[in-house]
Design a protein around this ligand. Structure first.
Ligand SMILES: [Zn+2]
Length: 240
């Protein structure tokens, strides 16, 4: 069902400037990737990193050594900020084989923006990254995985590949599903492997459908509160 995993930050990057729900100790991350790569052909899979934290630099090295492809999606407003990648680091990652894509300029919920605001989020980040890399930027990862038809339509105007933060139940043209790794699923190696090897899992499909329904009816803040309650874990939004 998915060919890509998503990670965010490592070693509690700059203390609470990242969401602890998505933060990993680099050692536990390494163990997980080593475990996964024993059972799959890692060259066929991609480890992606959203938000552009500086702590992804060693994580990318680990993934590459194990044979995975790597991609990093950058929030362009955060470039050069404390705890985030700077321009030189982004260029170095790119030159060393990591695909660099946009994760919007401000990391807003794109499905709530006006046409004009949405246009800025998509276009500005593409221009900034293209300048840093001196190369075309073709990939976009949608913040919070929050999208609707307008977001996809506009995003396609600027990017040829659009990544979301959940697996797709049905294959779609131009949209790529990913599996987000977080505190409540990172020890479930068998589950992660079943996702990567296309094993049919009706319970997981039902879970995706119910999360999408819940998200449709309650705002993102409410969803995060509900998630924290159910999972007994702390998830904060550093970007809002
Ligand atoms: Zn993000």
């Amino acid at each position: 069902m998915v060919k890509s995993l998503i990670f965010h930050s490592f070693n509690n990057n700059n203390h609470l400037r990242s969401d602890p729900f998505y933060d990993f100790n680099i050692k536990e991350y390494k163990l997980l990737l080593e475990e996964i790569s024993k059972s799959i052909d890692s060259e066929k899979y991609t480890i992606t990193f959203d938000d552009g934290y500086r702590s992804i630099i060693p994580a990318i090295e680990i993934a590459k050594k194990l044979g995975f492809k790597t991609k990093a999606y950058i929030i362009t407003k955060k470039i050069n900020f404390d705890g985030f990648l700077n321009e030189k680091e982004i260029l170095r990652l790119f030159k060393n084989g990591t695909i660099i894509g946009s994760h919007s300029h401000n990391h807003k919920n794109l499905s709530l923006l006006s046409d004009n605001e949405l246009e800025i989020e998509l276009k500005k980040s593409k221009i900034i990254l293209s300048k840093i890399l001196n190369s075309k930027v073709e990939e976009f990862s949608i913040p919070y995985g929050e999208y609707n038809r307008t977001v996809i339509k506009k995003a396609k105007k600027y990017y040829s590949k659009i990544y979301i933060s959940g697996p797709l139940i049905f294959k779609k043209k131009d949209i790529v599903g990913r599996l987000s790794i977080h505190r409540s699923n990172f020890t479930k190696v068998n589950f992660i492997l079943s996702q990567l090897t296309n094993k049919f899992n009706i319970l997981f499909i039902l879970k995706i459908i119910s999360v999408r329904l819940i998200k449709r009816f309650i705002p993102l803040k409410g969803y995060r509160k509900l998630k924290n309650l159910i999972l007994d874990s702390k998830s904060i939004n550093y970007f809002n």
